[in-house]
Write a protein that binds this ligand. Structure first.
Ligand code: KG4
Ligand code: ZN
Length: 352
């Protein structure tokens, strides 16, 4: 049950609104304290990467169990780093979807318990709204409307952020998400999990023009993406090289693959900026940490006189500060969730 309250509860201690935010949708156990939706007073992340690396990807049950183990320590640290206690908080914000159900449940149950015990309002947050909101942390001048390219491990969307938490979805991926394609290609050339940052590093040593990989275009859907074609083409290339007993030029392959994905992302973003007369573009999600994407998008925007925003790498990949920002803007709108808040693994991003 989601309610919109007529009157927003104000902080008793000061005019500042402080939110304790919790994020457990995948393999990072994270908590943060965010002030007035723009300032991270703390941002604690217990990464499970080393655990899942052994298996080449996230093992859902291990993720849930590790969230369970780390959750309270991470929250305690986040409050400590912010030099605050639960008594200084005005609300609890938590990711309730999309993500792994067992992982989400740990965060949601924790947020409900704190909210109940401390009498704090509970605000459930859409994980992708969180990624977009990460941009507000370090760019005080950024306000909607703007164009946002969301590129994470599970999502690829091009949206117009019409207002805080209000999105007009222009395009989405038809198959793999951008981060998923990075991870699969990385795995095929023997790089460790998560593959995106590994490809990013290796690509810097390679020639992006060395191998030509296809870029899909979807009829009548100029803003939709498809990455399964380029992924298959990389896998075919690897097989052909192996069959001929040839070595795989890993750096050139990484650079060429990354170039193909980055170009597809930029083409659509630039087309949308032109069609919708938007002069501010933001990047969001784990793949927004990609150096190749940041640099090429920077050039494309500069050429067209567009202002480009992206979060620091630590706020691109999963973190709770971004959830605290999104929760703040939902809280300001009067959104409150009830005790029936549940994890919604396939929570959709609504389009206006
Ligand atoms: O946003 P995120 O942390 O989690 C999801 O919500 O999915 O994104 C994780 C994804 C992974 O696929 C990871 O490989 C990718 O982001 N990623 C990168 C980079 N850093 C993380 N991809 C390309 N280059 C990077 N530097
Ligand atoms: Zn994410």
């Amino acid at each position: 049950m989601k309610t919109i309250m007529g009157k927003v509860r104000q902080s008793m201690s000061s005019e500042n609104i402080r939110i304790l935010a919790i994020e457990t949708s995948c393999d990072e156990t994270a908590a943060a304290v965010v002030e007035n939706g723009r300032k991270a007073l703390s941002n604690v992340i217990a990464s499970q990467i080393e655990i899942h690396r052994l298996y080449g990807g996230v093992v859902p049950e291990l993720a849930s169990r590790n969230h369970m183990e780390k959750m309270n320590q991470v929250i305690t640290q986040a409050l400590k780093d912010a030099h605050m206690t639960l008594a200084d908080m005005d609300a609890v914000g938590v990711t309730y979807g999309p993500g792994l159900v067992g992982a989400l449940l740990v965060g949601v149950a924790e947020a409900k318990a704190i909210s109940y015990a401390c009498g704090l309002p509970l605000v459930g947050v859409h994980h992708i709204e969180g990624h977009v909101s990460a941009n507000y942390l370090e760019h005080p001048d950024l306000e909607p409307p703007f164009l946002c390219l969301i590129v994470s491990g599970g999502h690829t969307n091009l949206v117009i952020v019409e207002d805080y938490g209000r999105f007009r979805i222009l395009g989405s991926t038809r198959d793999d998400a951008a981060g998923e394609a990075f991870d699969k290609v990385a795995r095929a050339i023997g790089l460790r999990y998560p593959g995106g940052p590994e490809i990013d590093k290796l690509a810097r040593e390679g020639n992006s023009q060395a191998i030509s990989f296809p870029r899909a275009r979807i009829e009548d859907a100029p803003y939709d993406f498809s990455f399964s074609g380029v992924k298959s083409s990389v896998l075919n290339y690897i097989n052909q090289q192996k069959m001929q007993g040839l070595e795989i030029p890993r750096a050139d392959l990484a650079a060429s693959f990354q170039h193909s994905v980055v170009t597809a992302l930029i083409e659509r973003a630039m087309l949308a900026a032109e069609e919708f007369h938007i002069d501010r573009v933001a990047l969001a999600g784990g793949v927004a940490a990609n150096q190749g994407l940041r640099a090429a998008m920077g050039k494309a925007c500069e050429k067209r006189n567009l202002k480009l925003y992206y979060p620091s790498p630590i706020y691109c990949t999963d973190n709770a500060a971004m959830i605290g920002v999104a929760a703040y803007y939902e809280y300001k709108k009067g959104v409150r969730h009830g005790w029936d808040l549940n994890a919604v693994p396939n929570l959709k991003l609504e389009s206006v």
